[in-house]
Write a protein that binds this ligand. Sequence first.
Ligand code: ZN
Length: 205
Amino acid sequence: MNTKEGYLKFHCKLEKSGAVIPNNLFSEINKWRSQMYSLNLIGAYENGIGFGNISVRVPETNNFYISGSATGNFKKTGPEHYVLVTNYNFDHNSLNCQGTIPASSESLSHAAIYEADEEIMAVIHIHNMEMWENGLDKFPTSNPKCSFGTPEIAMDIAGLLKNEATREKGIIIMGGHTEGILFFGKNLEGAGNTTLKYYKKLTND
Ligand SMILES: [Zn+2]
């Protein structure tokens, strides 16, 4: 937990409803989420804290469906485990969402990517120490001084995405978030295949 000055506690305002994700999107996001879970790129630590999340943009908006808070513990996810982010505020580290459970506190990094490049339609955030260490500063890397819960991380990500090479590579190593990597693409398949490509490249498995 970052306690340095400027850190704002994440706040999610949940408009409670049933499952919100359309069936076709659910089967696709669930397919990729299962694959990430089987590689332990999305999952939970021994202490029960979940890590990693996956999202897909609602076309022509900055809204997106994302896996909900604490779903990393589940081997399988259902439509009720995905929520719709409808609004967000980087300065306040807050967002509004609809669904059965709150959105992940890491949702704002997804929002920063969608806002920075309208062609990006899907984002996958994973945790893996080996990939993170091997990729650090070799691939686009966010400023290690920028942590979650600060408006600076969103601005830093937006800055990296101004660079065409970053957009082509589809990867941002999170310099200030140990083990954290963001992958993205023009659809879920693109983001998923990019994740798998770097998994091969950056691990010895
Ligand atoms: Zn993370």
